[in-house]
Design a binder for this molecule. Structure first.
Ligand SMILES: Nc1ncnc2c1ncn2[C@@H]1O[C@H](COP(=O)(O)OP(=O)(O)O)[C@@H](O)[C@H]1O
Ligand SMILES: [Mg+2]
Length: 215
């Protein structure tokens, strides 16, 4: 079976932090690994991300957004993910097709059936085998994301998505929780309000159990 493990959740829920920590652990255990992210997991994807996240593009329509994320995914799956899975790597991916459902479907209001079709086409029908959903109130997530951005960049920085309303982010959160309800066996729901190290223990347990690594 493939070992495609995706990290999902709203902005600031700790996906990247937790992925970095578990990746370090798995590398120490010599687990063959691809660590990647959407939409910027390829050179082409990074350029597409530049269009998607540019806050000057506030007038971008939802359909364009959906197609651009799927264009980045099409490249990512074919160039990076499939070859890695075929060589029996564990793939850790920061966001994948569920994000298209949550953001462009649940939050932007595009038809879920349309999302299903473009997701399936762009990902060659590939589905995550395990998805960790980092869940927390949007106010906390956005606050964390803002503090992170202020530390990393100039203090006025936030991307096109982070600038969306609380209502938008609440719809994203609900969208994720709805997918989880439909596919509970694929998901692990993580309370992302807790301490980083405690969450890491939980992430580590889920992933080592899933890949059959004794720890
Ligand atoms: N459990 C946590 N408690 C407090 N702060 C956290 C926690 N997890 C992550 N952070 C901090 O919150 C910010 C956003 O985390 P990040 O991993 O970048 O989130 P995401 O990738 O989901 O947007 C970072 O500055 C990170 O250090
Ligand atoms: Mg991140």
């Amino acid at each position: 079976m493939n070992k495609l493990i995706t990290f999902e959740g709203i902005e600031g829920s700790g996906k990247s932090t937790q992925m970095r920590l578990i990746a370090q652990y798995l590398i120490e255990k010599h687990v063959p690994l691809l660590i990647t992210q959407e939409p910027s997991g390829t050179d082409i994807g990074r350029k597409i991300g530049g269009i998607l996240f540019n806050r000057g593009h506030y007038y971008m329509c939802a359909e364009t957004e959906a197609f651009l994320f799927c264009a980045a995914r099409a490249q990512h799956v074919r160039e990076m993910i499939m070859p890695a899975l075929n060589q029996d790597n564990v793939v850790l991916c920061d966001r994948f097709s569920d994000a298209t459902y949550a953001y462009q479907g649940a939050a932007r209001g595009l038809n879920p059936e349309f999302i299903r079709v473009i997701n399936e086409y762009s990902s060659m029908g590939l589905k995550p085998n395990l998805t960790l959903l980092f869940d927390l109130p949007v106010e906390i997530g956005l606050q964390r994301a803002t503090e992170r951005d202020n530390r990393l960049k100039d203090s006025s920085f936030s991307d096109r998505f982070e600038r969306e309303s609380l209502n938008f982010h609440n719809k994203v959160r609900e969208g994720y929780l709805n997918i989880l309800k439909k596919e509970p066996e694929r998901f692990r729901l993580i309370d992302a309000t807790g301490d980083i190290n405690k969450i890491q223990e939980e992430v580590c347990r889920y992933i080592t159990d899933f890949i059959g690594l004794a720890n």
